[in-house]
Design a protein around this ligand. Structure first.
Ligand code: PLP
Ligand code: ZN
Length: 414
């Protein structure tokens, strides 16, 4: 916390002491959010791109001076971050781009970008002296919290909506979380978790209100920029549910610009599912958020009442970015395209960004020569049902070589 100046309210500007359990502004309450403020001048004195490059260990703790934690409370738990980036000309050709980079966040320890805020939350809980840490989630926040809590010797209590995919639920059980499956929507699960957290004094890992968690999410973009040798792409593309992930990307770019590590700010492209796109609407119409129903198979971004929409909208505006909606069918197509062109298997919300890129190329928003970095936010193994739907089944045949021959001919492989 050496470099944190305080927490400031997005609504009224009030500054608060950065205690681990300061989640909201006393005056504005849940209507608005707090931001973590850093002292960049102080950070510049001890931290530089060169010093960073000398560090051997990959992962989110590389960026410790830019994280709102007490360094003494950081214990190495799971190896979070350090995920690969790939440049793929095959994928680029399919999308009409000269240069596309993907970052596979599905290779985090529990299979999604959510490991970053969850690892940070475990440290904050330790700072707060809490033994139980809780959240409500459509899946990945929960499974990553369960895994990171287990690695840190803490108990997780998770509230999940009924529709969470089986892979994510299985992770929770294996990591030993107490799982409370709420008969209702994500909104209902969220409200119940809020009540329980308040009543029992648990640490709150709901990224929609806990201001520290966006700082964990930002490390995906810090790392991406370091991997690109600080050469900013024209666009960074992410899917948007609650809004914290893209808010984290915006914060990372703000940090790097303030420190002078990058000159140009990439534009953020936020992608929502057409069946649940309240943040796109609020951004486009410049209105307050209007909650909507949750009609998308991309469960991780089907958030009808997002909690961090203001920070998401601000990140888009600050970077002169854009928002795009995509249909579920396009998302399934991208699961297949990414798998077949890059060997990377993403869950629906994980690959949604690619569908947004295709639309943005068609509309001319993204030009052929623009460099585009797409963050694949979660692993496809979490959601096998949708993968099977996207990719189709296998041939079943008698154990005879002639049958093999027929299939090879049908598939054009002979
Ligand atoms: C959580 C999540 C997102 C969206 O992040 P928000 O902070 O909710 O906007 C996107 N993809 C995956 C795989 C996720 O788990
Ligand atoms: Zn306020």
């Amino acid at each position: 916390m050496r470099f944190v100046r305080g927490l400031s309210c997005m609504g009224c500007g009030q500054i608060y002491e950065p205690s681990p359990t300061r989640y909201l502004c006393d005056r504005c309450g849940p209507k608005t959010r707090l931001d973590v403020l850093f002292d960049y001048e102080k950070i510049k004195k001890i931290y530089s791109r060169e010093k960073l490059e000398q560090k051997k260990e990959a992962g989110l703790w590389r960026y410790l001076p830019l994280l709102p934690v007490d360094p003494d409370k950081v214990e190495t738990g799971l190896k979070v971050g350090g995920t690969p980036v790939y440049e793929s000309s095959r994928l680029g050709r399919k999308l009409g781009l000269e240069k596309i980079i993907i970052k596979d966040e599905g290779l985090n320890p529990t299979g999604s970008l959510k490991d970053r805020p969850s690892a940070l939350a475990v440290v904050k809980a330790r700072e707060a002296g809490a033994e139980i840490i809780s959240c409500s989630s459509t899946g990945n926040a929960a499974s990553s919290l369960a895994g990171n809590a287990a690695a840190g010797g803490m108990q997780a209590v998770i509230f999940v909506p009924r529709r969470a995919p089986a892979g994510k639920l299985a992770q929770l059980q294996i990591y030993g979380a107490l799982v409370i499956s709420v008969q209702g929507s994500y909104g209902d699960a969220y409200a119940l978790s809020d009540q329980a957290i308040e009543k029992y004094g648990w640490y709150n890992r709901n990224a929609g209100i806990n201001p520290y968690l966006v700082e964990g999410k930002k490390t995906a973009t810090l790392e991406l920029m370091e991997q690109l040798q600080w050469e900013a792409p024209d666009w960074i593309v992410l899917t948007v549910g609650d809004g914290c992930t893209i808010a984290g990307a915006g914060k990372a770019l703000h940090d790097l610009k303030s420190l002078g590590y990058i000159q140009k700010i990439p534009r953020l492209l936020g992608v929502q599912a057409a069946g649940c796109a309240p943040i796109t609407r609020a951004w486009r119409d410049k209105t307050e958020l209007e909650p909507c129903s949750e009609n998308s198979l991309a469960d991780s971004i089907a958030v009808g009442a997002p909690r961090n929409w203001q920070k998401a909208v601000r990140a888009i505006e600050d970077t002169e970015g854009n928002m795009i909606n995509v249909e579920d069918e396009e998302i399934l197509e991208m699961m297949v395209l990414l798998g077949r062109s890059c060997g990377v298997f993403g869950e629906p919300a994980g690959v949604g960004g690619l569908a947004g890129v295709r639309r943005a190329r068609e509309s001319g928003l993204i030009g052929k020569k623009d460099t585009v970095a797409v963050i694949i936010t979660g692993n496809g193994l979490k959601d096998i049902e949708n993968a099977k739907e996207a990719a189709g089944g296998a041939y079943s045949l008698k154990p005879e070589i002639d049958e093999v021959e027929n299939i090879l001919i049908r598939e054009g492989l002979r």
